[in-house]
Design a protein around this ligand. Structure first.
Ligand SMILES: Cc1cc2nc3c(=O)[nH]c(=O)nc-3n(C[C@H](O)[C@H](O)[C@H](O)COP(=O)(O)OP(=O)(O)OC[C@H]3O[C@@H](n4cnc5c(N)ncnc54)[C@H](O)[C@@H]3O)c2cc1C
Length: 619
């Protein structure tokens, strides 16, 4: 019995295996992490920030500490004017133009720096974080990436400086996840000089104080929507709904926007007719990885606040932080934060390097950025899902550490928890992103961009063979962990290969299988990123010095293995039967087996003791 037939993948297309090199580092294509080994020297980590990046980070932290965090109460009281004022201040300091080319009034910094600003500016309140993300990401970026020179010169400097705030109008009452199904229309005038826009958009962030909308509308019966740049002018057929009353992000302005015979000059069309869906999706790709970054510093802060409270608060004459139950929470919160950071900055640098390669090959900067991010769309979806769920869990455990006080609006945990909730919904829901991550990987294999066939066939052959009974040599740092990651990749290949074989093009109909496969993919990327970062740090700074990072990487992997077992089993028992099922379950067992089980309690205690002593998240 062959679980994974060769024909299914051979028929997909010619298998061109392409890798590119930057300097002496092999730069993997998006999704290739699954079938290629990455060396720790080849991953970028937060420990690798340049002096300039550290200075930028410190400036952003200082801004957040000064302008945002002290005003938590006002943000919770729906002070939209405060959010707007903060946006203008962020613009004056250049933070809104970090990724905007210098020619259009920005700082023209690289992708890692852009991520870094999103990361550290976002932790004060979800309200400002959302305003910042909507403006810099989906509000400004479509123009820098797709605008004509005239459009860029006219609009981008105003957006980069914060003089104008931008918003993005894609969602409609009947068109959410199915974004191309919008009913807003764009009708060309008889003289061919302008379009009239009619329709209703909803859930539009920054609508209450923006000066510019990126709007998607359909021309005639076009298959795909078209993008437009529309200035906010109440005398030009634009009206706003009332502010939405939301669970969280209270001071983020969210309104419906109505267009009634709104006149837009033809020169304000973004890119070409019918290109809107592509613009929307590419903007979301970039938005997704930035949203992941935007959840990181919240996790750091929530973890630090949890540790500080646990150190101060005594019950049974003992600080909470001395209780094993609380240590476990602190350790898990820190570990997930660490893994998220590791994966985000690893992907960010890969994107930055890919952009540099494309620029060197003659692409314009905006083409290079588009293609560079598109290449890593799988990783962008993985990160969006993983980090948005981590901040939710982190703030939930934060509330638990605070006990009753965690439930009170007087403490920061309550707002952090409510604000975190939206991150699983916007920029593509986590369900959509889970399915996209696996779907895009299968498509890449079909196009021959990632060779899944060779490795999947090798796994099938290995399953048929007799396992080695030799005692492995794990004397090298992290060798057992790296072997485990290689085995988890085999689990994914075994399952995905069998699913593709069984369902073919109808795989996308089997959403529960895609979701489970996606959870495995996510854990592999996050666990590998954590292990590689810890290995790099241990080699650079010494194992004794890095025992916290090493323990977090090991703990993350241990948890990841359990998630892989659960999801792998779920998939196997759902679509395989008889011998095939038995064989795959045996494979799952073999590929998730530790030779030396880590002492999980000891790992958690090591991590928690470090945080307790430092009184904060300190990695
Ligand atoms: C506070 C806030 C701010 C926002 N800001 C903006 C903004 O600035 N601009 C903008 O354009 N939009 C914005 N949105 C809209 C947001 O992007 C959408 O809410 C999101 O894309 C989901 O669409 P929906 O709400 O219509 O949910 P639906 O698409 O109706 O989805 C409902 C549920 O069904 C699931 N689902 C949907 N389709 C499928 C499928 N094919 N298979 C399986 N499950 C599916 C979803 O995952 C979700 O769980 C914002 C939303 C909120 C709440």
């Amino acid at each position: 019995m062959v679980l994974i037939t060769k024909s299914i993948f051979y028929s997909l297309s010619s298998l061109i295996y392409k890798t590119m090199k930057t300097k002496d580092k092999e730069l993997l294509r998006g999704g290739q992490f699954l079938v290629k080994e990455t060396k720790c020297e080849d991953v970028f980590t937060p420990e690798d920030f340049s002096e300039e990046q550290v200075m930028m980070r410190d400036a952003v932290i200082e801004f957040n500490d000064r302008e945002v965090i002290p005003y938590k109460d006002r943000f919770e009281a729906k002070d939209y004017a405060l959010t707007e004022a903060c946006m203008h201040k962020a613009g004056e300091l250049g933070f809104l133009g970090v990724s905007v080319p210098e020619a259009y009034g920005g700082l023209g910094m690289g992708f890692v720096s852009t991520m870094l600003v999103c990361d550290y500016i976002s932790s004060g309140t979800g309200s400002f974080s959302t305003a910042f993300g909507a403006h810099t990401g989906i509000g400004t970026m479509p123009i820098t990436l797709y605008g004509t020179e005239a459009q860029k010169l006219k609009y981008v400097p105003k957006l980069a400086s914060g003089e104008w705030i931008g918003a993005y109008c894609l969602t409609e009452p009947g068109a959410g996840s199915d974004a191309n199904s919008g009913k807003t229309t764009a009708t060309l005038s008889d003289d061919g000089k302008c379009y009239k826009i009619n329709g209703q958009k909803m859930w539009i962030s920054n609508a209450g104080f923006c000066k510019l909308f990126i709007v998607f509308a359909r021309i005639e019966d076009d298959k795909y929507i078209t993008g437009f740049i529309i200035e906010n002018d109440s005398e030009n057929g634009i009206t706003l709904g009332e502010e939405e009353h939301k669970l969280g992000i209270h001071s983020s302005s969210t309104r419906q926007v109505f267009f009634s015979d709104c006149v837009v000059p033809v020169e304000n069309m973004l890119s070409e007719r019918g290109n809107g869906f592509k613009i929307a999706m590419n903007a979301l790709n970039i938005g997704r990885i930035k949203l992941a970054a935007a959840c990181l510093d919240s996790q750091r802060r929530v973890t630090s606040l949890g540790v500080q409270y646990a150190n101060e608060r005594k019950q049974f004459k003992t600080p909470l932080s001395d209780f094993g139950a609380i240590k476990s929470k602190i350790a898990e919160m820190a570990t997930n934060t660490y893994a998220g950071e590791s994966a985000c900055y690893r992907a960010a640098k890969d994107i930055e390097d890919r952009i540099a390669l494309r620029v060197a090959a003659g692409n314009s900067h905006h083409e290079a950025e588009l293609k560079g991010v598109e290449e890593y769309a799988i990783e962008c979806s993985i990160l969006k899902v993983a980090v948005s769920e981590d901040i939710q869990n982190c703030s939930d455990e934060g509330i638990q550490i605070f006990g009753g006080m965690g439930f009170s609006v007087e403490t920061p945990m309550e707002a952090a928890w409510r604000d975190a909730r939206i991150t699983r919904i916007y920029e593509g829901t986590n369900e959509i992103n889970r399915m996209l991550s696996v779907g895009m990987l299968v498509k890449k294999a079909m196009k021959g961009h990632v060779d899944l066939l060779g490795p999947a066939t090798a796994v099938a052959d290995e399953l048929m063979g007799i396992p080695s009974f030799e005692t492995p040599d794990y004397s090298e740092l992290f060798s057992e962990e790296k072997e485990m990651i290689a085995k988890l990749k085999k689990v994914f290949l075994m399952i995905a290969g069998a699913a593709v074989q069984k369902f073919g093009a109808e795989l996308e109909e089997h959403q529960q299988i895609l979701m489970a496969a996606s959870d495995i993919l996510i854990e592999i990327y996050l666990a590998e990123s954590a292990i590689l970062r810890a290995e790099k740090s241990a080699k650079r700074f010494g194992e004794e010095d890095q025992k916290g990072q090493m323990a977090m990487a090991r703990l993350y992997l241990y948890n990841a293995v359990d998630i892989v077992i659960k999801n792998g089993k779920e998939v196997i028992v759902s679509f395989a039967e008889g011998d095939e099922q038995r064989m795959m379950l045996m494979g799952l067992k073999r590929f998730t087996k530790y030779t030396n089980q880590p002492n999980v309690v000891a790992l958690r205690n090591t991590i928690a003791e470090i945080l307790k002593k430092e009184n904060k998240y300190c990695f």
